[in-house]
Design a protein around this ligand. Structure first.
Ligand code: ADP
Ligand code: MN
Length: 260
């Protein structure tokens, strides 16, 4: 039932102690990251790691399997790329939940970032926002529910929209606004990177909101700016790419949010 060769199996651990062996697998697997995967395996969260689902600049997402053979999405933040770290800080500092955070080295920033994504995901999941179920995190690794079927991830909105009817797209637009309201009013968060690239389309159709690492608490000084940007991103996509005419006005959305 597998399409992928496992990269690491629990039984392989003893044989693969040599760190150089891991470094040849892929640049994301530096020694500390490998140790973290082993930790998650020892804790029986991950049983095996399979192929890469996505290789972004800051993170890689892998298909993994848990102890009950359930598929998992394992998001591993790269600790080697220095590019994004300054950008990350502006989403961490100012968030009341990270008041005590003092970055030492860049690794601390990545770890805080991973923890932030886990906490955001949990907060959203707990109030019923349609996000993958958070499962665990450790250091630079976040484990969550795999969103897909037959080990194939659901398509992103950007990949799916041209195959959908205008009625389905109108529904999807409404669903996105519902999740945006829930996120602000119930989870007290602003996504901060909401776009056609961070929304998956499930059969139905239904939606899944992903990539919540940069979400900030509504008390964050820039939360309103991020919220307006999110709404504009969604509206722009539905206006320019989808060609939907009945879009909600930004000010009206903000009015609703202010009353919640
Ligand atoms: P980034 O955009 O920062 O690289 P994302 O969280 O958006 O990180 O994940 C990258 C890609 O990995 C997504 O576009 C999606 O294709 C896939 N992905 C992310 N989370 C999941 C998940 N829970 N289940 C299945 N695929 C996922
Ligand atoms: Mn993304």
């Amino acid at each position: 039932d597998e399409d992928f060769e496992p990269i690491i199996r629990r039984g392989d651990l003893k044989r693969y102690k040599d760190k150089d062996l891991f470094e040849t697998v892929e640049e994301v697997f530096d020694t500390k990251t490998v140790m973290t995967i082993l930790y998650l395996m020892r804790k029986r969260i991950i049983r095996r790691m399979n192929g890469v689902i996505s290789a972004g600049k800051e993170a890689r997402v892998y298909l993994g399997f848990g102890w009950k053979n359930e598929p998992l999405a394992v998001k591993i933040y790269l600790t080697s790329t220095a590019v994004f770290k300054k950008g990350m800080l502006k989403y961490i500092i100012g968030d009341p939940r990270f008041e005590d955070f003092k970055p030492g080295d860049t690794r601390d920033i990545i770890y805080a970032w991973t923890r932030k994504e886990f906490r955001n995901l949990k907060r959203m999941f707990n109030v019923g926002v349609k996000v993958p179920k958070p499962i665990a995190f450790k250091n630079n690794i976040l484990v969550m529910e795999f969103m897909g079927e037959n080990n194939k991830r659901y398509p992103l909105l950007i990949e799916a929209y041209s195959h959908l009817s205008i009625n389905e797209l109108r529904k999807i637009y409404e669903y996105i606004l519902e999740e945006l309201f829930k996120t602000v009013c119930k989870a007290n968060l602003v996504h901060g990177d909401l776009s056609e690239y961070n929304i998956m389309i499930k059969p139905g159709p239904d939606i899944v909101i992903i990539d919540v690492s940069q979400a900030v608490h509504i008390d964050h000084p820039n939360s309103l700016e991020f919220l307006i940007r999110d709404i504009n991103n969604i509206n722009r996509f539905f206006r320019e790419k989808v060609g939907l005419d009945e879009l909600e006005n930004v000010d009206e959305i903000l009015e609703v949010v202010k009353k919640c």
